[in-house]
Design a protein. Structure first.
Length: 187
């Protein structure tokens, strides 16, 4: 009989050990999942903070573009009136130019960059067409005048360039596109 009690005790202890091993494995699995979740949350938070940091200056930079526009208009107006007649007028225009250069350098330090527009193919993702003009010297869809410069910040659009785009006059024969020519050549 004593062997039977020992066998039962051993069986019970084996069951207890098996239960403890299973509980340990389950707890270990839960711990590893919790650690992975915490790491994922940390990474998401870091990405969010980085994104916020990168673009926090965007609203301020957008407002500063008004100053850039006004300085550019001042310089253009002075140049349209011809050479400055007085020494003080020349100094004023040079001061405005210097101020514009400093402002542009500051904006560039925050990764605010002008968008190339003049002579480029119209791209609605970075250009805003305010007018189309007939211009037989340019292919249709070419930017022929920049009314207001556009800018990006951290490779994201800050303000589109406001442009005038060329078009063909109705009834004007245009040369077929290269793609169309290639299709005809293939047949």
């Amino acid at each position: 009989m004593p062997h039977r009690i020992e066998d039962e005790t051993i069986a019970t202890e084996a069951t207890d050990v098996g239960t403890l091993v299973a509980e340990n494995a389950a707890l270990r699995d839960r711990l590893l999942r919790a650690l992975a979740d915490a790491e994922n949350t940390r990474r998401r938070a870091e990405r969010s903070i980085e994104e916020t940091r990168k673009h926090a200056v965007a609203a301020f930079a957008h407002e500063m573009l008004i100053v850039v526009d006004n300085l550019q208009r001042t310089i253009a107006a002075a140049e349209d009136q011809g050479p400055a007649t007085t020494e003080s007028a020349t100094a004023l225009v040079e001061g405005v130019r210097a101020t514009l250069r400093v402002l542009m350098r500051i904006l560039e330090s925050f990764d605010v960059r002008p968008i190339a527009a003049f002579g480029e193919r119209f791209d609605p993702s970075v250009h805003e067409a305010i007018m189309e003009l007939d211009d037989p010297s340019q292919p249709p869809g070419t930017v022929i005048r920049v009314v207001e410069d556009g800018y990006t910040i951290q490779d994201r659009l800050l303000r589109p360039a406001r442009v005038v785009v060329s078009k063909r006059a109705i009834g004007t024969a245009s040369a077929p596109d290269e793609d169309e020519a290639n299709i005809h050549d293939a047949n």
